[in-house]
Design a protein around this ligand. Structure first.
Ligand SMILES: C[S@@+](CC[C@H](N)C(=O)[O-])C[C@H]1O[C@@H](n2cnc3c(N)ncnc32)[C@H](O)[C@@H]1O
Length: 275
């Protein structure tokens, strides 16, 4: 029997990313292979297309970018910890095989409740049902190992002051690690805050996304927030697998000023915390 979704507001957006990833994974030429994602997608009774429109590959690209950065991290820190803030129904850990890492999912209680209908936690894969803004989850992370903190599709839903304080607290608390998050440009954030909001389709308005920064502002802003940062890298969406966007998006990214108005993924290396 299919499960009906009771999710609303930001937790409901986990079905948007699930939709885009699963439809990509179902294609014979799909860029992502993820049978668990497809199984979950098919088990939820929800009119994905009516809400979010026709699926497109951006979230599969994003997940692959995060997978790559985590693989790189695990090569250096095979026993490190991966913290997934706002993980929703992301099935990332099933795309890894034979790793020895500890994985921690941090999401709101109603989101964890849905996740656990499909994905059981175990000794190495833990679920922490609290807000990412609640520092209680810090205690679930071993302090003697490096940590990779991932926030896919999360920080834009927070206020800037919340992101700033969280980032500072992370870098002050953990001695060594990586924070990876995606960001949206200011124009898109503003659109979600307008009276109309961002109506993705006639049947779905996205939640507010108060935190937006243009691509060229990420490095300077984060460096101002913390002196624990050793390096910042970018992993763009320039990997659309097909269609006109495959050619147009890399061109757009390369444009001197306009390229700053694209969403992107940021990989921030830090060292020196450990309060
Ligand atoms: C756009 S979805 C992204 C889900 C997943 N990361 C992915 O890429 O498929 C946003 C997620 O953030 C979670 N979320 C919203 N507010 C949160 C908070 N304060 N703390 C932790 N997670 C939160 C939602 O429940 C949801 O799972």
């Amino acid at each position: 029997m299919k499960l009906a979704s009771t999710l609303q507001d930001v937790p409901e957006t986990m079905l948007w990313t699930l939709h885009n990833r699963a439809v990509e994974a179902m294609r014979p030429d799909g860029i992502i292979q993820d049978p668990t994602c497809v199984e979950i997608y098919r088990s939820i009774s929800y009119d994905y297309e009516r809400h979010f429109g026709k699926a497109e590959p951006s979230h599969a690209i994003r997940s692959l970018q995060f997978d790559r950065a985590i693989r790189q991290f695990l090569r250096r820190h095979p026993e490190g910890t991966i913290v997934n803030l706002g993980e929703g129904l992301e099935t990332q850990r099933f795309r890894f095989h034979g790793d020895r890492a500890r994985w921690l999912t941090v999401d709101l209680p109603e989101a964890i409740e849905i996740r656990e209908r499909f994905i059981e936690p175990d000794q190495r894969h833990l679920h922490c049902p609290v807000s990412a803004l609640d520092r209680k989850w810090f205690d679930w992370v071993p302090r003697d190992r490096a940590v990779f903190i991932s926030a896919q599709g999360l920080f834009m839903y927070f206020e800037e002051r919340e992101v700033r304080q969280l980032v500072r607290d992370l870098f002050d608390t953990f001695a060594e690690g990586v924070l990876m998050f995606d960001s949206i440009p200011r124009w898109l954030s503003r659109r979600t805050l307008s009276t109309q909001g961002w109506k993705k389709t006639p049947h779905y308005r996205t939640p507010r996304m108060p935190w937006g920064l243009n691509r060229n502002e990420i490095g300077p802003t984060l460096s101002q927030w913390s002196d624990k940062i050793t390096r910042i890298e970018e992993a763009t969406y320039a990997e659309f697998p097909r269609g006109l966007v495959r050619w147009l998006f890399p061109l757009f990214l390369a444009l001197p000023v306009l390229g700053n108005y694209a969403p992107t993924n940021n990989i921030v290396y830090f060292e020196g915390g450990g309060l």
